[in-house]
Design a protein around this ligand. Sequence first.
Ligand SMILES: [Zn+2]
Length: 76
Amino acid sequence: MEVSAKVNETKREPACPTCRAPRSPRFRPFCSARCADVDLQRWLQNRYAIPVGEDEERPDPTEIAEVARQRSQGLL
Ligand SMILES: [Zn+2]
């Protein structure tokens, strides 16, 4: 059926999770470095927003920087 083929094609179109634009292979799953950065900031905020006990270990800034670097390079 031609119709089902068309629907399938539309649904399989990958989209940037930040702005829903078509993603770029270079910045996947995002469309651009900017959207990847936006997602990273959101991710970091969520991380800090999680209520933790007073004795909970604080995230290591060095670790966060490393994650940011890897994400900017598309390694994560
Ligand atoms: Zn985007």
